[in-house]
Structures are given as C-alpha cells and as structure tokens.
Design a protein around this ligand. Structure first.
Ligand SMILES: O=C(O)[C@@H](O)[C@H](O)[C@H](O)C(=O)CO
Length: 474
C-alpha cells in the first residue's frame, strides 16, 4: 500500500464504502480551534510555507515545534528569528524521523490535499516543495477564506476571552453569505479562572470595563460574565471552553469568595483551598450561565502546562511545553461537581476532554449518570492533543460506543492554529469508518450501508449541526 493512497486506514470493504460514499462528502464544523479571526478577516496570503505551516511569528504549530526540538533543531529555527527556508528544511529533516507520529501522516495529507503534492516530504524533496508550495501560496486559492472554503468548512469556532470585543467576528458575520461559512466565538474564561496569575487583578479591571459591571465581589463577577454571555450570544457564540489543568471540588460562601478575590487581586498568598473554592464556584456559575443560554460547555482537563520554566519565561504559553497531567482523582473531583449541579438541575450540555486517557472510563461512565433533557447532553470529547493519534482516536470512539451512544457523538475538531489542519477531520473520519467496518467484519454490526452510512454522516457533521445550534434561526 503506498503512502496515503485512497484507501489508507480503511481495511475492510464496508470501511471503504462508508468513507468514500458517506464521510468524505460531509461538510466540516470545526467547533474548537485557535485560529485568529483577524487573519480570516484580513484574508492575506502567507509569505511562504513556513509561515502558514510551522511558525508565523509568535503563533504556530507547537506540535511541530516539540518534534523539531527533539530532533535537535536550534530554537532560532523553530520559534526564533531564523531564516524561513532554513526552518522549512529543519522541519523536513524532522518529519523524516516522525514515522508513527500523527504529524507524519497529517503533514503528507496536507501537502496532498492543499498543494496536490504527493512526494514523500524529506530534506531531499524539500527544496522543490518549497518552490512549488510558495508559488501556490501567492494565489487567491491560498488566502485563508479560500482555504476554509476548499475544505467545505461551514463553521469555525475560535477561542476567545470574555473581554474580547469580537470585532472581527462581527465583521465576518456580515460576510457569511459570501464566505459560505460562519466564524463564531467560543468563550474561554480561563483568565477569570486562573486567580493565581499575577495579572488577575488587571484582568478583572478589564472585564469590568468591557461589561460595564464594577467587579468588587463574586456576585458582580458573575454579573459581568453574564453580560459577556449575552454579548457572545448576540454574535452567534454557543460554546464555552474551560482549561481545568487541575480541579478539586470545594464549595464556598459569597463572603469567602469575596475575600479570596480581594487577596488574589492584591497578589496576596492564597491557599490551595482558596483556589479550589474559587474555581469550584466560578465553574458552577459558568455552568448555570451555559444552561441559561443553552450553550455547550467544553472542559479541557488534566494538563501540566508550561513545564519548561525558562522557555515559558522567554516564549509564553502554548509554546510546546505542556504535557499530560497526572491528577489521579480529577474525574472523581469533577463528578462531585456534576452531582452537586444535578441537585439544582443545572448541568448544561457538556463535552469532557481529559489529556490523561486514564480518566476516560471514569468520565464516560460518570456522564451516564446525568443524561437527560435531550440527545447526549454529556459526551466524551474527541481524542485530544497528545491523544489525537490513530490509537487515541480509536480508543475514544470505542469507549464512547461501549459506555454510551457513539451515533450521537459530535465528532472531530482541529484544535489547531494553522489553516492547513482541516485534513485532521478526514483522518478522524477514516479511523471512524474503519472502526465500524471492523465491527461489520466481526459480525458486531449489520452489513447495512444505509444504516451505517447515516451514522457516519451524523458523526461527521449532522450531530454538530443539530446539537450546537449555530445555524438555528434566532
Ligand atoms: O484548548 C486547549 O487547552 C488546548 O487545545 C491547547 O490550546 C493546546 O495548545 C492545543 O492547541 C492542543 O491541540
């Protein structure tokens, strides 16, 4: 079998039919990514393939950066101010050694799908690919909006701070009909959650200014956030997203919370109990807002962020210095939250991603305790970050099937900062079709293309279309 031929990852007759005749035809709803809405609006060509693929100044694909560092590439040819061509050659030399890593397949899939380049990417082929790709990148076909259109993307959900003015989302909303896709904000209130940040006080001041609510108490913080929910909702936002690097459930009174907020703003010492109390009550407040606005809440949990302190100091977050978290009881602590919120019937539609797959069974079975008020209110999120691999995707799909109802799953997302990452949806769809095809081969599923094809189409697109509400007339 040649690299990435038409049937790659598809090992059964049914898998091939399901992918080619069903999954591949479905549009994309990318409901979690880190693209910059300004770049979509400005719609400017990238200068060269390094800029769109590896590093465009301080933004880029830290998946690639980690591998380049492992391959001994100096930092100036990764995130530094080294020459773009030399960075590209360094990336090619890294890909040569990335067999078995998803980036080997993603990289070749992206060259194939966007540039029509079938060559094996390595240091030998890189000079010719650099020339061919850069010629194409200068054309209209490679402007960000056309890259989105070419991949049949119908909605892109970016990751946006509550204090954002959503300027570019509002400008793009006026051009939805011409563009043929929506660019929608997903609220990521992590700066309000991370009260140990030295800038926490400044952030609350900023949130006060944009919301018009003077934040001098927990109650007013929630009022300010509610105003931002109203604002995001008015621009089409229907999702929130929360990075729970760690989590311990501990409730607190408003008086306790007000004292904690005051000390946090003054950068005074906070106990772990202070942090747990504040985060628990803020998450509960955000859950209630999600329920009230009929949004879907995503939790990205169990992460060790910024482990490389010197590099974090010089580069900042999302530099490729994060890794799987190892809080062993995070699922159990999160269950306490769900149990508490259920007593008030305040659990919103929820998607749970843990970076530690050891949590997946606890989360998947625990969610089953609270399914009500509609189809698949709670679901195990797509295999996330370091789990975004052939085996990781297969494992998440299998657990979702074994512990709940896979046909209700809202499917894949790119979680990317590059416009070239949409083939990750194709990769996921191939894994999905192959899992189902294997069930047919083992007699665990009917040899019924219509029935199975509908399931695949729903997971690829229809479920996200129906469950998130991005396209509802309101
Ligand atoms: O949303 C997250 O917390 C993660 O996706 C994180 O942003 C990370 O940088 C990422 O993009 C993983 O794919």
């Amino acid at each position: 079998m040649t690299l990435l031929n038409d049937d790659f990852l598809l090992t059964t007759p049914m898998a091939k039919k399901l992918f080619h005749d069903h999954a591949s035809k479905m549009p994309i709803i990318d409901y979690h990514c880190h693209l910059d809405p300004k770049e979509i609006y400005d719609n400017r060509n990238y200068d060269n393939i390094t800029r769109i693929w590896v590093n465009d100044g301080s933004v880029g694909d830290h998946y690639k950066w980690r591998l380049m560092r492992a391959n001994g590439v100096p930092e100036d040819l990764i995130t530094g101010d080294g020459d773009d061509y030399e960075k590209f050659i360094a990336w090619a030399g890294t890909i040569e050694k990335s067999l078995g890593n998803p980036l080997y397949e993603w990289t070749h899939l992206e060259l194939k799908r966007f540039f029509g380049i079938d060559d094996v990417f390595n240091k030998k082929s890189a000079p010719d690919i650099w020339k061919k790709a850069n010629e194409m990148l200068a054309t209209d076909d490679f402007k960000p909006r056309n890259l989105i259109k070419r991949m049949n993307v119908k909605a892109v959900c970016t990751t946006d701070d509550p204090a954002s003015d959503l300027k570019y989302h509002k400008l793009l909303k006026k051009e939805e009909a011409d563009n043929g896709f929506k660019v929608l904000p997903a609220m990521r209130p992590d700066k309000a959650l991370h009260l140990t940040d030295t800038t926490f006080g400044e952030y609350l001041d900023r949130l006060s200014a944009v919301s018009g609510v003077q934040i001098d108490s927990f109650k007013h913080l929630m009022a300010a956030l509610r105003q931002r929910f109203e604002y995001f909702n008015s621009v089409g936002g229907r999702l929130s997203d929360h990075g729970l690097n760690f989590f311990r459930f501990e409730k607190a009174s408003d008086d306790e919370l007000n004292d904690i907020i005051e000390r946090a703003c003054d950068n005074k010492p906070l106990s772990t109990s202070d942090i747990d109390k504040y985060q628990t009550m803020l998450v509960e407040g955000l859950m209630k807002l999600n329920k009230e606005f009929n949004w879907t809440m995503q939790f990205h949990m169990n992460v060790t962020r910024n482990a490389n302190k010197p590099m974090f100091k010089s580069f900042g977050p999302d530099g490729g210095f994060d890794s799987m978290g190892t809080q062993p009881d995070i699922a159990q602590e999160f269950m306490k939250l769900l149990i508490d919120m259920q007593t008030e019937n305040e659990i919103p539609r929820t998607i749970l991603y843990s970076l530690n797959p050891n949590d997946w069974m606890e989360l998947a079975t625990g969610m089953g305790d609270f399914q009500q008020d509609g189809v698949q209110k709670l679901q195990l999120g797509a295999a996330w970050w370091f789990n975004d691999t052939f085996d990781g995707m297969k494992r998440q799909l299998t657990i979702m099937a074994e512990q709940s109802l896979l046909p209700n799953f809202v499917g894949m997302l790119t979680d990317s900062r590059s416009f070239l990452s949409y083939p990750r949806h194709e990769y996921f769809r191939r894994v999905l079709c192959n899992v189902i095809g294997e069930w047919v081969e083992r007699g665990q599923a009917p040899d019924d293309e219509d029935y199975l094809g509908q399931i695949v189409e729903d997971i690829s697109y229809n479920n996200a279309y129906n469950q998130f509400g991005f396209f509802n007339k309101d």
